[in-house]
Write a new protein. Sequence first.
Length: 262
Amino acid sequence: MSFALFLLLLLVVTGLVWALEAAWLRKRRPEGRKQPWWVEYSVSFFPVILIVFLLRSFLVEPFKIPSGSMIPTLLVGDFILVNKFAYGIRLPVANVKVVEIGAPRRGDVMVFRYPEDPSLDYIKRVVGLPGDRVEYRNKRLTINGQPVALRQIEDFLSRERGQVTRRYLETLDGTEHQILTDADAPAYVSQVRSFPHAGNCNYNMSGLACTVPPGHYFVMGDNRDNSSDSRVWGFVPDGNIVGKAFFIWLNIGDLGRFGSFR
């Protein structure tokens, strides 16, 4: 059971008890008798659960970064906030969009439900929009025939592994961000899965080229040679989108990470 569904069920149960207490139970209880424990707890926690549910469903939701696929932008252990309404207001649990506000843009860091297992939340950078022709050959990104601006900067040193990796500044639609590439990693994509609209992609030893189908997005990790993303398991449907990541609010191992999202 997902946490969102669990929270909704808890809200419904405590809300019903709260309503029963206000409309019926309180009037039938002998004067001076205390509330049963289950009524007392439900009445106390219902407002708190309601506020958490509304905030988490429609405004912001916290996430913890579990893997290194978005290094150097996001590190393992970063706690981030995700804007839940940047791409439209969606019904909780069902994730059906009911109000259109905006759409993902190239360069956005997006949280979404993993297409192969929607119970899992993934985070990647949006590279291709519906209708785009995305090419990633010899570790260079091209969108609709236009090479994406890229310049090398100082190497990235992983403190955990003591490993040095080439670091670049890449610019997608005016959004400048850092990426890593491993000089020793092959250019071709290995372990490609079978996925919907796989016929839109062509693979060879230099990489791949994909045409993004309507209602879908092509996403990649900033740690390009250490990320399982659209190159491997395909496109992200619009219905899987959770929201736009925008802020680091905590990293217990590095308190200086606060607000360092880029």
